[in-house]
Ligand binder design. Structure first.
Ligand code: ATP
Length: 261
C-alpha cells in the first residue's frame, strides 16, 4: 500500500474508526440501506457519493444513532455501538453536521462556539460562572480560527452569509474532542469562493480527525477525500481512490449522467 493510507495503517495499528458489517435499514416496505459493509480507518477522509435517494443520509443516521439499523452492526474505534443512544456516540467522539442549519440566529459566533464546547465538556453541569481563563474559551477561539471566522467573532449568527453559517456548523462539529465527523453536504449553496474556503478548512483539520463527507459537488468531494464510496439504491457499488472513481465508466453512467469518458 502506498500514499496516506499506508502511513495511517502503521500509525494506528490497522485500527478502524468505523466498521459497518451488513447494515440494513428499511422504512416499511422500502429498503433504504441493504447490506452495507464499510471500513474507514482512523484519520481517513472518505467521500460517500450517490444520486438522490441512494441512502447516504440514512447511512449517516444509522451511524449517529438517529435511526437504529434493521440489521447489521456498527463499530466505532473497535467498540460495538450498534445499540448505543446518540449521546453515547457523541461522548466517544462522533460528530455530525446537518444539511439544514440548526444555528441560533440571535447568538454571536464566539458564544455559539463557546456554548458548543461547554456542552460537550465535563463542566457542562457546573453552577459556577465560567471565568475568562476557562479552557473552553481558549478552545472556542482556536476553533473559530480554524474555520476562518475570526473577523466575524462578535457578529450575530443571523447576520452571517450562508457560507459563514456553514463554516460555523463545521466549528460546532469540532467542539470537544471529536475523533470522527460526518459532514452532510457542507458545500450545498456555497459560492465558488466559499467552496474554496471550505476545501481549505476540511483539508487543514487535525490529521487524527477522520471524516465522511456526503457531497453532491464532485470537485469538493474529490479534493478533500482520500477514498470514495459510491452508493446506488441503498447499496455500495464501488469503492476506490478519487482518480479510480472519476474514471470508472459505470460511475459515470450512473452518477455523472452518461458520457463514458
Ligand atoms: N424517515 C424516513 N421515512 C421513510 N422513508 C425514508 C426516510 N428517510 C429516508 N427515506 C427513504 O430512504 C431512501 C434513501 O433516502 P436518503 O435520504 O438516505 O437518500 P440520500 O442518498 O441521502 O438522498 P439525497 O441526496 O436526496 O439527500 C429514499 O427513498 C427516502 O425516501
Amino acid at each position: 500500500m502506498t500514499g496516506p493510507a499506508a502511513g495511517l495503517d502503521a500509525a494506528h495499528g490497522g485500527d478502524h474508526a468505523l466498521e459497518l458489517a451488513g447494515v440494513g435499514r428499511r422504512f416499511g416496505a422500502l429498503t433504504a440501506l441493504a447490506d452495507i459493509s464499510l471500513k474507514v480507518k482512523a484519520g481517513e477522509r472518505r467521500a460517500v457519493l450517490g444520486s438522490n435517494g441512494a441512502g447516504k443520509t440514512t447511512l449517516f443516521n444509522t451511524i449517529t444513532g438517529d435511526f437504529a439499523p434493521t440489521s447489521g452492526s456498527i463499530r466505532f474505534f473497535g467498540e460495538d455501538i450498534t445499540g448505543f443512544p446518540v449521546h453515547e456516540r457523541i461522548r466517544r467522539g462522533l460528530r455530525r453536521t446537518y444539511q439544514v442549519s440548526l444555528l441560533f440566529a440571535g447568538l454571536s459566533v464566539i458564544d455559539t462556539i463557546f456554548l458548543a464546547c461547554r456542552g460537550v465538556s465535563r463542566r457542562r453541569f457546573s453552577l459556577r460562572r465560567p471565568g475568562p481563563d476557562e479552557p473552553t474559551r481558549a478552545q472556542a477561539e482556536r476553533i473559530m480560527h480554524a474555520v476562518k471566522l475570526d473577523e466575524s467573532r462578535d457578529a450575530l449568527v443571523g447576520a452571517l452569509s450562508h457560507g459563514q453559517q456553514r463554516q460555523l456548523e463545521v466549528a460546532l462539529a469540532l467542539a470537544g474532542a471529536p475523533r470522527f465527523i460526518l459532514f452532510d453536504e457542507p458545500a450545498a449553496g456555497l459560492s465558488p469562493a466559499e467552496r474554496r474556503d471550505l476545501v481549505q478548512i476540511l483539508t487543514q483539520l487535525p490529521a487524527h480527525i477522520g471524516f465522511i463527507i456526503i457531497e453532491h459537488d464532485l470537485d469538493v468531494a474529490l479534493r478533500v477525500a482520500e477514498r470514495v464510496t459510491m452508493m446506488h439504491e441503498g447499496r455500495i457499488f464501488r469503492e476506490g481512490t478519487p482518480d479510480e472513481i472519476e474514471s470508472d465508466p459505470e460511475v459515470q453512467a450512473i452518477y455523472l449522467g452518461g458520457g463514458h469518458g
